[in-house]
Design a protein around this ligand. Sequence first.
Ligand SMILES: NC(=O)c1ccc[n+]([C@@H]2O[C@H](COP(=O)([O-])OP(=O)(O)OC[C@H]3O[C@@H](n4cnc5c(N)ncnc54)[C@H](OP(=O)(O)O)[C@@H]3O)[C@@H](O)[C@H]2O)c1
Length: 332
Amino acid sequence: MLEGHPWFQLEVLAASGKSAGNKYRDAANWILEEEMPEEVGNKQVEQIDSKIFENAGIKLIFSALPADVARSVEPELASSGLFVFSNASAFRMAEDVPLLIADINGDHLALVEQQQKSRPGYIVTNPNCSVIGLASGLKPLADNFGLKSVFVTTYQALSGAGYPGVPSMDIMGNIVPYIHDEEEKVEEECDKILGKFTGEAIEPLQLNVIASCARVGVRNGHLESVLVELETDATIDDIKNAFTEYKGNKDEALPTAPEQLIIVTEDESRPQPVFDSYNGSPERARGMAVTVGRLKLRGSKLRFFLLVHNTIRGASGCSIMNAELAKIRGYI
Ligand SMILES: NC(=O)c1ccc[n+]([C@@H]2O[C@H](COP(=O)([O-])OP(=O)(O)OC[C@H]3O[C@@H](n4cnc5c(N)ncnc54)[C@H](OP(=O)(O)O)[C@@H]3O)[C@@H](O)[C@H]2O)c1
């Protein structure tokens, strides 16, 4: 997603000692449909060390480390003055760390100023992949109608478990109604993302989300069935308008932002991972839109399905957009 990016240039790739010294094309297990960019494939992978980034004159780091590794490595990088945009869960709930989705809670970015009272750099995290979809769907509803309660059931793709992920014998012709720590992440992260930034801290929204998470035999795209109770009266048309008119940070043109963040499908059998995971335009924002459909309203209770591409909007794309917001707001 950084190939040809108008603002960021990929300079250094770093990983563990296992990969260090190899060309990226030999170190990486590349399973994407698109070809690996030639220039990236020829880059030598380095072992993570803040000196390497310092020597290369780098300020911005995208981290996709396992959480236990991120817990020790990311603060070291921030202490050496680097701006770390992380996909790992290690610091998501830390009080002075933004849990950021640029077009949902962009104002939370200013929390990095609290970190910079004690170190020159900072860490910005993006939420769990299911939560990025869910919070994107909930935000227009919370803004327009208020939310009394939220129940969500997820049908999560295999790529969310990394590679090789779930053993084929566990998932072929099967559904696994358990993903380690996932329901806990969905329940706590939503409150922080949709919480209020006071200028110094986040006051979490008390949503009391109840999540049920399952792994299904789908390659990409988390489908979620969401049931909410609204605080104020609304019609189906009011709700569709709230979704389609939601603009995020409309005053700031971010290169990876989709023109239409939430796409409402009228097809009664959609959204589906096979057809809707890569929704989003222009080309740089492919996979960055969240698609909602199958809206059903009974009094104040609304049910809808949403679909989010878990490794694009739900991971890399979210992190890149967070860094774009930081640049445009003068934090990089
Ligand atoms: N997959 C998703 O949809 C998704 C969504 C949201 C968040 N996340 C989170 O994103 C992170 C990455 O996920 P992933 O699926 O990409 O994992 P992954 O395929 O296992 O990649 C982990 C990376 O971290 C490096 N690494 C591991 N141990 C290291 C160490 N001690 N020092 C330096 N580098 C080390 C690995 O390099 P080597 O190959 O050299 O070991 C590899 O590049 C995880 O925290 C995950 O929970 C994933």
